[in-house]
Design a protein. Structure first.
Length: 311
């Protein structure tokens, strides 16, 4: 019996693994599982990064395409508004051109019987009339033609002087007084003269239509420029002495296609485009109004420092 027991004990000792062997196997198994999990996690992260990169690139491309589409549509809206203004003012343009040609004809005919001194005066006036007609035609051409919004140092005073020479208001609004007050030392700004011409003319047109819509004693529109040296800003105020804008209209006046005018007087895009053009110039357009107290449209620009403006 003792021999059998010893034999059985001996067999058990030779078949059961030691604790060190079991521990080593467990460590190896754990390490293998950990390595597999790490490899899977790395592959998963790489895949996710690839997907995210692809989605990011797709988003960037879609955003660029959308921005391009928005810019294109904005340019088309601006051009449509310019065409609308030209359409509304065709009769006035014909009237002005006819008047200019009549003046040129009269001075041309007067040259026949004029003496040397008078001839010089008549020639100067004839040339001035021809130049004015050419400016009117160029104005129409620049309004209706697509153009690039190139930026350069410009004088807002010069832009307003050109507008004041022919403010593009209705010929039936001769009773409206236009007062221009330009601060002489206003610095230059970085902008596009044609776009700013469009902004100011649109605001003038709105003021004119407001004054014509309601009877006003001595109707007047003022354009005032100022240099806010403390804030390095240029301020342009377009002021009318009309009846002001009702609150319900004021809250919506910058909405695209919102208008209180008839279809033949406006598209409802003028103020929307004007504000966007001001934003493109890193400027602001604000409307201050009071019922019975008139309206002030304020344009604010960043002034160029003297070393960059050439003044």
């Amino acid at each position: 019996m003792i021999g059998v027991a010893q034999l059985t004990l001996g067999l058990g000792a030779t078949t059961m693994p030691s604790q060190q062997t079991v521990l080593t196997g467990s460590v190896l198994m754990f390490g293998t599982i950990t390595l597999i999990v790490a490899i899977y996690y790395q592959m998963r992260c790489t895949r996710l990064r690839t997907i995210l990169d692809q989605e990011r690139q797709a988003t960037i491309y879609a955003t660029q395409q959308l921005e391009h589409l928005i810019d294109t549509q904005r340019a088309e809206l601006a051009r449509a508004e310019r065409l609308s203004i030209i359409g509304q003012r065709t009769i006035e343009l014909v009237h002005e051109l006819n008047h200019t040609l009549t003046v040129a004809q009269l001075y041309g005919e007067s040259l026949i019987d004029a003496d040397a001194q008078e001839r010089r005066t008549h020639v100067d006036r004839l040339l001035a009339a021809i130049q004015r007609g050419a400016r009117l035609l160029r104005q129409v051409q620049t309004f209706v033609s697509p153009h690039t919004a190139a930026r350069e140092p410009i004088s807002i005073n010069a832009v307003i002087r050109d507008i004041a020479a022919y403010p593009f208001v209705s010929s039936s609004a001769d009773e409206i007084s236009l007062v221009v007050q330009l601060q002489p030392d206003v610095p230059l700004l970085l902008g596009n003269a044609l776009q700013l011409d469009q902004v100011v003319r649109n605001l003038l047109l709105n003021a004119e239509q407001a004054l014509r819509a309601h009877a006003v004693d001595r109707p007047q529109i003022s354009i005032v420029t100022q240099h806010d040296a403390q804030n390095s800003q240029i301020v342009v105020n377009i002021i009318d002495n009309g009846h002001g804008i009702p609150e319900a209209v004021r809250q919506r006046m910058f909405e695209p296609f919102f208008t209180t005018k008839s279809a033949d007087q406006g598209s409802g895009l003028g103020l929307t485009i004007a504000r966007q053009l001001m934003l493109d110039h890193n400027g602001t357009l604000e409307i201050h109004t009071e019922l019975g107290g008139g309206t002030i449209a304020t344009l604010t620009f960043a002034a160029l420092p003297p070393d960059k403006s050439g003044v």
